[in-house]
Design a binder for this molecule. Structure first.
Ligand code: ADP
Ligand code: MG
Length: 405
């Protein structure tokens, strides 16, 4: 992990988790000796709103994430707590709730249901647990705290219950929990980016068939900065589900003209151009974004393979323009960050990351340019909005693991 000036500082993961264990004892009793787990967040560099359209995406895990502390209890109950909330949610393993309650505990409860059913299918059983969640990842900022939490929960349950499930089964359990029990129409990117993370690599994930490869990312030469607007939209989940529905509508209208297409990603630009007059104008703009973003993402991969960071960055910035003009998921705060980032020497490109509607911009830059970038982002953003963004440079991460603190 590095600070906003780009100076590397130790992750201190074990120290942070020792603190988390202390917080656990504060909640559940001084004698408890919990097992500790870390699960990273992710930042997506290319492929905006493509995962649920069957397109390719290019995320990487970051060295910030969710901390989990778990200790067994003998009464078959599961108690869930978070450092972000004073409430304690307690359920009986034999009678897990079948409906969401519209609170944060829905995420781990959804995962609990999924992992328990995988366990039962193998003739295994779960057992009671006290669990405390915490972490150092901004929540609701587009860095996927939800997938970090869900995949981390699946991983930790598998570990404490000794199930030995395959990593992909845990990732898919996390995905089903968020899609089903929690009710977000998300694609496969977030749990895959967290669960399949490899240090020093971007994940190339083809969301049509789930195939993936690792693309080497040169952390010695390039940095990934993330600037948080601190804007959080209460209605973002509804707006996200609306984009999913609009893309679905675009696909349904266009597949008539291209019957072999199985998702919007498959629709050719020529098909869209020829038939867009028959589409609702908003639906047509959504389709334009998706179909062009697919081409940009392939082109960014080619650039990365040639070692052309400038070429990669150009595609990032074009992606942002498209999200602002065609997909309507940017906000003035994000536009300001992107504008001042791309005007900074050493910056290759910038765009909003995650779903948008607030949250963070991701910036690709040459190593050494971090201090000037941070200075400019602070100055320009403050001049317009009267407050500073939070700018950080993140390192990569190797995915969920148990930590011996
Ligand atoms: P993102 O995944 O981009 O951070 P989401 O809206 O998908 O944003 O997920 C954020 C939600 O995940 C939070 O509102 C909360 O319900 C849940 N969450 C994530 N991390 C934690 C945590 N440490 N404690 C409690 N809830 C958490
Ligand atoms: Mg999320």
């Amino acid at each position: 992990m590095a600070d906003s000036t780009g100076t590397p500082r130790p992750v201190g993961e074990a120290d942070l988790l020792v603190e988390h264990a202390r917080a656990f004892r504060g909640r559940f009793g001084a004698g408890a000796r919990p097992r500790l787990y870390f699960s990273p967040g992710r930042v997506n560099l290319m492929g905006a709103h493509l995962d649920y359209n069957g397109g390719p995406v290019m995320p990487t895990a970051i060295d910030r994430g969710t901390f989990l502390a778990l200790a067994p209890r003998s009464d078959g109950r599961i108690a869930l707590a978070s450092t972000l909330d004073s409430a304690l949610v307690e359920v009986d393993l034999a009678h897990l709730p079948s409906e969401r309650a519209g609170r944060w505990a829905d995420y781990p409860l959804g995962v609990l249901r999924e992992v328990l059913s995988l366990a039962r299918a193998r003739g295994a059983r779960g057992s009671g647990l006290d669990v405390l969640f915490g972490g150092n990842l901004p929540v609701g900022a587009g860095l996927s705290s939800s997938a970090s939490m869900c995949v981390g929960t699946a991983f930790a349950l598998d570990s404490v219950w000794g199930l030995d499930l395959a990593r992909l089964d845990l990732v898919n359990a996390a995905l089903r929990a968020e899609r089903g029990f929690v009710g977000v129409q998300c694609g496969i990117m977030d749990p895959y980016a967290v669960g399949l993370a490899r240090e020093g690599a971007l994940l190339w994930l083809d969301c049509k068939d789930g195939s993936s490869e690792y693309l080497p990312f040169d952390h010695a030469r390039l940095s990934i900065a993330v600037a948080d607007t601190l804007v959080r939209r209460e209605l973002a989940q509804g707006a996200f589900n609306e984009r999913v529905a609009q893309c679905r509508a675009a696909f349904e209208a266009l597949r008539i003209h291209q019957p072999e297409a199985t998702c919007l990603r498959d629709v050719r630009y020529e098909t869209l151009a020829e038939h867009q007059a028959g589409l609702d104008p908003t639906i047509a703009r959504r389709a334009h974004h998706v179909i062009r973003e697919v081409a940009r993402t392939f082109s960014a991969r080619d650039a990365l393979r040639r070692g052309d960071a400038g070429g990669f960055g150009v595609e990032m910035t074009r992606a942002h323009d498209s999200m602002r003009e065609l997909f309507d998921v940017s906000v003035p705060e994000l536009d300001r960050l992107v504008e001042s980032a791309v005007g900074t020497p050493g910056v290759h490109g910038a765009r909003l990351t995650g779903a948008g509607f607030g949250g963070c911009a991701v910036i690709l830059l040459e190593k050494g340019a971090e201090a000037e970038l941070t200075r400019r982002l602070h100055a320009d953003f403050s001049a317009t909005f009267g407050r500073a963004p939070v700018v950080e440079v993140y390192g990569g991460d190797a995915g969920p693991r148990e930590i011996q603190a």
